[in-house]
Design a protein around this ligand. Sequence first.
Ligand code: ZN
Length: 409
Amino acid sequence: MTDTLIKVDLNQAATDNEQVHNRWHPDIPMACWVNPGDDFILETYDWTGGAIKNNDDASDVRDVDLSTVHYLSGPVGVKGAQPGDLLIVELLDIGAKQDMLWGFNGFFSKNNGGGFLTDHFPSAQKSIWDFEGMFTKSRHIPGVRFAGLIHPGLIGCLPDHKMLADWNKREQALIDTNPTRVPPLANPPFASTAHMGKMKGEARDLAAATGARTVPPREHGGNCDIKDLSRGSKIFFPVYVDGAGLSVGDLHFSQGDGEITFCGAIEMAGWVHMKVELIKGGMAKYGIKNPIFKPSPIVPTYNNYLIFEGISVDDDGKQHYLDVNLAYKQACLNAINYLTKFGYSPAQGYSLLGSAPVQGHISGVVDIPNACATLWLPTDIFEFDINPSASGPTKFLDGSIDLPIAYDK
Ligand code: ZN
């Protein structure tokens, strides 16, 4: 029987669990040790540690303390791992916690986190998704049901001291270009809500003062939010410290490319069954700076898409130069506008693009002055025909159901 090396109790505060942490720092002690070749299970909290509830009130999303995230299970020490190695992590299986067979998607208030389309959706809203085995549906977004593409939003190894210092330096330099921006350009270390695993006393306080926040993806992987890093994938992580220090969390039942809603995909508490191996000296042998991975042999087969194009011209008609971020925004807004013709609210459309197995593609980056991005909406997730036709759209929804909203106080 496979050992569950880290257990989480959803009735216990994540901060009381010493095998959980919410900052990156090389001095965080290993929560447990394994050997190369071992397979084992780690349970995880949802990324907020249970702050978002299964109800019809979005005030929890509005009021969430984002300095507390992400709650990660680990670090797992791998015996024999040394800086310069590659740690192979095979995701043998991933599932939801049996006592939490639901997940949440939401978008933050512009004043507390924001999101990709925060200028269009400035208030906190959320949708709740129920799991039926491998499928999910939401009482807040009728008319869709789809198979999960379960994956960890966040997985990576501990940085070494030099790498951590580099992260803090370069991110602070960015913040300094506009320190009062709302939402902020990046998040600097913040000691008071740092949870450093087993660390206690002065050592804890010292590490907490410089521990990197977990929001961005970095060289070690981290919060990459890649929906295709699903169960069955095999990932090759650079190792920076003795023992590697692998941590995982922020599990998603499903997500659209870009995780555009930011709070987040379909967020869940769950477990990951994984196996680890080492390639000694693998970073130099293969020229690896950032992780690489092999995708899963099992993915939901959605082959029919309606594809929305976006170009780098903003809402005011201003031309931007090859701006892929703006082009993807416009593709998303075009898809949301289309969905409203079938009776969805704009908020339902936005939430769906963050939750469903939507693909995002960078389609063109050389045709000056416009970048072209595309948003691929799988049409088979809808319980009605979403395709354009000569007879025009039929309203499937009457507007009586919408996402809960919580305005700023
Ligand atoms: Zn997430």
